[in-house]
Write a protein that binds this ligand. Structure first.
Ligand SMILES: [Zn+2]
Length: 184
C-alpha cells in the first residue's frame, strides 16, 4: 500500500528531527567538500557549492530508523549499507569509499536536489520513488546515477546544477513550487 499523505505528514517531523539530531552529533567531524582536494569536481560544481557542502566520513552511513517509526516497508532501504547518503547540504560517505570522487559527485547531486525541493518535498518524493520503483530506479536516484555516469565516462564537463534544474522540471512538471505529493 503506498504511503499516504496523512502517513507522510505524521512521519515527516520524526524524520526531520532525526536528521537534525544526526547532523548535530557529527558536526565536529564535518569538512567542506573543497577541503578534500578532488581535482575534477570543480569542473562540474561551482566554488560556492564545494565550499558550502559538507562531508562526514563514517564506518556506516546513518539512515533514519524507518521501521521503528512505523514504516516497515522501507526495511530493505534501512539495511542497505550504502556508500553514501545525503541530508540537506551534508553527506556521509563510508570510509572505504571516501576516496571515490564519483561517489562525491553523486552525493552532490542529492545536495542540489535537497536545495531545489526543500526538505519536505525531497523526502516525500524520495519515499514515493523508493516505494514505487525501488532504490535504483527511483527518480531522484536515476537522476543522480545518470549524471554520475556522464562524470565517470569523462564526458566534457557540464553545469550539474543546471542539468538538475532541467531534470527536476521534467520530473515535477513545475519549477520552484512542485506539488509532488499531490495524487496520494
Ligand atoms: Zn543516491
Amino acid at each position: 500500500m503506498p504511503l499516504t499523505q496523512q502517513e507522510f505528514r505524521t512521519i515527516y517531523p520524526l524524520i526531520a528531527g532525526w536528521i537534525q539530531k544526526t547532523l548535530a552529533q557529527h558536526a565536529a567531524a564535518a569538512r567542506s567538500v573543497v577541503s578534500l582536494g578532488f581535482s575534477r569536481l570543480p569542473d562540474y560544481y561551482n566554488a560556492d557549492m564545494l565550499a558550502s557542502s559538507r562531508v562526514i566520513v563514517v564506518e556506516r552511513v546513518p539512515v533514519p530508523p524507518l521501521s521503528a517509526m512505523g514504516l516497515a516497508r522501507f526495511a530493505e532501504f534501512e539495511r542497505m549499507d550504502a556508500g553514501g547518503v545525503t541530508y540537506l547540504d551534508t553527506y556521509f560517505v563510508r570510509a572505504d569509499h571516501a576516496h571515490v570522487e564519483s561517489l562525491h559527485f553523486h552525493e552532490l547531486v542529492h545536495v542540489i536536489q535537497w536545495r531545489l525541493l526543500g526538505p519536505e518535498k525531497f523526502l516525500g518524493l524520495y519515499a514515493d520513488g523508493l516505494e514505487r520503483f525501488g532504490y535504483r530506479h527511483s527518480p531522484l536516484e536515476v537522476m543522480a546515477y545518470d549524471l554520475q555516469e556522464r562524470f565517470e565516462l569523462r564526458e566534457p564537463s557540464f553545469d550539474v546544477e543546471a542539468a538538475c534544474r532541467k531534470r527536476m522540471r521534467e520530473l515535477t512538471g513545475l519549477e520552484g513550487n512542485p506539488t509532488i505529493l499531490d495524487g496520494h
